[in-house]
Design a protein around this ligand. Sequence first.
Ligand code: HEM
Length: 399
Amino acid sequence: TTDSAETLQLTRTCPYAPPEQHLRLLREQPVTKVTLPGGSAAWVAARYQDIRTVLSDPRFSANRRHPNAPRLNGEMDPGQSPLPKMMLEMDPPEHGPVRRAVIGEFTVRRMAALRPRIQQIVDEHIDAMLDGPRPVDLVRALALPVPSLVICELLGVPYDDHDFFQTNSAQLLDHAVTAQERQHAALELVIYLDKLVTAKEENPGDDLLGRQVIKQRESGQEDHGALLSLAFLLLLAGHETTANMISLGTYMMLRNPDALAALREDPARTPGAVEELLRHFTIAEFAMMRIATEDVELGGTVIPAGEGVLMLANAGNRDPEVFQDAEAFDIERDARSHLAFGYGPHQCLGQNLARVELEIVFDTLFRRIPGLRPAVPDEQLAFKDNATVYGMHELPVTW
Ligand code: HEM
C-alpha cells in the first residue's frame, strides 16, 4: 500500500553520489513502491539489469503525459504542454520511424566531421576567459554557450539570432530565475522555433531542419508540428545535459588531481574519463520513467498495469554485479556500458555529439589553463538538487 511506502529522496548528500537511500534500495529492495515528494506513488527500479529490462520491454510505455507518469516535486504537468508529442514520449509503432528519420544526423561519422568547428567554438570561449577578469563562472563562460552554439548550428539558427536564442535558452534552464520567467522563455523559444521551422519550410538550407523538410516532402508527409517538437526536443535535451556535464566534470577532475594529471599526460585517456564521469553523475536519471501497460513481473515483483516506474539509474550505475568497486571514481575503468544515456529504443540520440563536446572541452580546458582551480570552497558550490537533470548553478574558477 502507498500509505506505508517511504518517500523517495531526491537530494544528494554528497554531490557526486546518489542519495544514500537509493544505494540501500539497490542492496535491499531493488524493485519497490515509494511515495514521491509531490505525494503521488511510483515504483522504483534500482538494479542495473532491472533498469535495462524496463527500458527495453515494449510493455512499458514512455508516454510522459499519462496521468500516472511519475512526477517529481514542482514539475510542470506535461499534459499541459502546447507542444505536439516529442519522440521521447512515443511508443512503437509510432516511435521507430520518427527516430529513424533523424538518426542519420547523429552518427559517429557526422559527429567526427563537426569536431573542427566545435574545437573552434571551445577555443574562442577559452580565449575570452583568459582575456577576462578572474574569477569567472565556468557555467556562463563555457559550459552553457558551447552546447548552445553547437545546437544553433545543427538546427540552422541564423547567426544574427544567436543572442536571442542563447539568452532565452539560458533563461529556460536557469533555476535562479522564477518559474514564471522560465515559462516565458519557453514560450518565446516555441514562438521563435515555430518561425524558424516556417522559414526552413520556405527555404530549406543545408542543416538538420532543412534536410528534415526535404525528407518530409519526398515522402509526402509534411508535418510542421513534428519539426517544431523535434527542434524543441533537440534544444532541450542537447543543451542543459551537456552543459551540466561540462561543469560537473570540470569540478570532479579538479578535485581528483591524480586523475587530472593522468589525463593531461595522455589525451587518449579522455574518452574513458568522459564515460566514467557520465556513469558517476548519471545526471538525467529522473528523466527515465515508464508506465506499465499490463501487469509485468520485474525482479520477482509484479508492477500492475497503469502504474509508473522511475529508474534509479545512478544507483544502477553503481550495481556491484556490473561495476567493480563501483563507488570509486576511476577514469581507467571500462564504464561504457553505463546507463547515463538510458538503454533500448529511446537511448540518447545525441550521445555521440555529447561525447565529442565533452572530450574537446576537457582536453582543451585543462591543456590551455593548467592552473585552473575552483575559486570558492566546496561548501559554497550550489548544486541543482530537485531538478530533473542534475548539475551546478555556477562554478567560479580562477587560475
Ligand atoms: C534521450 C541523457 C545529450 C538528444 C536521452 C535519454 C537519456 C539522455 C537518459 C533517455 C531518456 C529515456 O529513456 O526516457 C543525455 C545525457 C546527455 C545527453 C546525459 C549529455 C551528457 C544529448 C544531446 C542531444 C540529445 C547533446 C541532442 C543534440 C536526445 C534525444 C533523446 C534523448 C532526441 C530522445 C531519444 C528517443 O526518444 O528516441 N538522453 N542526453 N541528448 N537525448 Fe540525450
